[in-house]
Design a protein around this ligand. Sequence first.
Ligand SMILES: Cc1cc2nc3c(=O)[nH]c(=O)nc-3n(C[C@H](O)[C@H](O)[C@H](O)COP(=O)(O)O)c2cc1C
Length: 405
Amino acid sequence: MPDSPLAGRKIVLGITGGIAAYKSLSVLRLLGKAGAEVQPVLTPDAERFVPRLTVGALAAREVLVDLWPGDASGSWTKHVELGVWADLIVVAPATAQTLAKLAHGFCDNLLAAVCLSARCPVMVFPAMDHDMWTHPATQANLALLRARGVVVVEPESGPLASGLIGTGRLPEPEAVVAAITGVLVAKEHPASLAGKRVLVTAGPTREHFDPVRFLSNPSTGTMGFAVAAEAARRGADVTLVAGPVALPTPDGVRRIDIVSADDLYTAALREAEAADLVVMTAAVADYAPVERHAHKVKKEDGDQTLALRRTPDTLAELGRRKRSDQTLVGFAMETTDGEAHALGKLERKRLDFIVLNMLGEPGAGFGTTTNRVYVFGADGRRHDLPLADKAEVAARLLDVVAGAA
Ligand SMILES: Cc1cc2nc3c(=O)[nH]c(=O)nc-3n(C[C@H](O)[C@H](O)[C@H](O)COP(=O)(O)O)c2cc1C
């Protein structure tokens, strides 16, 4: 298969001591048939499930298991060499034990040492009994791994080797190989948006109650401008509807400046009609003063009360009008119960993706140069993007949503 995107790719296939290890034999065979160079690395316990002889025969290579070389002949740096050699390190299946080791930086076997030496993406396919999978320790370890950019492919639900029914099955070998291919392709060919029309909204809105005073929020527009810049770089025809921010217009982007939530509603609905992808990062005010005074309100003794009205919900309206060939991405900034609020918004507003920022998290949210976001898809998939520069987060986000655009 010379045309396979896997041809010539260097892959370390880590196999750990789980009952699903037998499926790794098929994964190995499929990767080899597609032209990948696969170096199997087994944990010592994996050998209890799949014989080294079988793995070696399928890989047509020496199978590596031992951290300690038998003859101390200068091959002790194998783990470092493999960490540099590989285009991708895949651990399939990944036991609870190995996930814990990787999460905490243990390196008492060759596979763990290779993962710790990785200069390439690391991808894990957890597979275990349902209760091990749902245990808070396993989930906390996965959260740590995701936060560091490890790609976690969630196990499937169904009958398990333990006789229980639940979540924990390693996906079938073809699906494992498809996921591996997806990561390698995305790494080298960021999704193109050539020929696509992209609408991005960014920044805060201002809701004036007199010419010199307004209600607003601390959004600086950085995240939305980064998305617009990245979409333009990928060949899209980009329109950016921007609230009042102090940022230069990215190259090749058409910018429409707005002030209030009402302005944003009008501009976004108009521009969305022709858009293939709409990314709403703007921090739109939910309430605006009922009255807008033509002149500055003079101060008087005593307190004042400001009556507020609901502003139009642009995202919900975009969801109502969404064409079947259009992709709609919303942002949610939350301080508590982030996932529940984000998933509620995803469904209520008929979005394709919701991007959650948690305000309390270090490096995330308003005014930072970095961000850390969680992307939830209407198809139930979840992508936890690592803490990174907002430009990098924009690129990773477009990788996720462009597949649907
Ligand atoms: C029959 C049997 C099946 C097992 N299957 C799994 C499994 O599917 N997933 C898992 O996380 N652990 C499983 N374990 C436990 C692991 O083998 C054990 O934690 C081991 O130390 C893992 O080491 P490793 O991650 O270094 O390979 C199983 C154990 C036995 C005895």
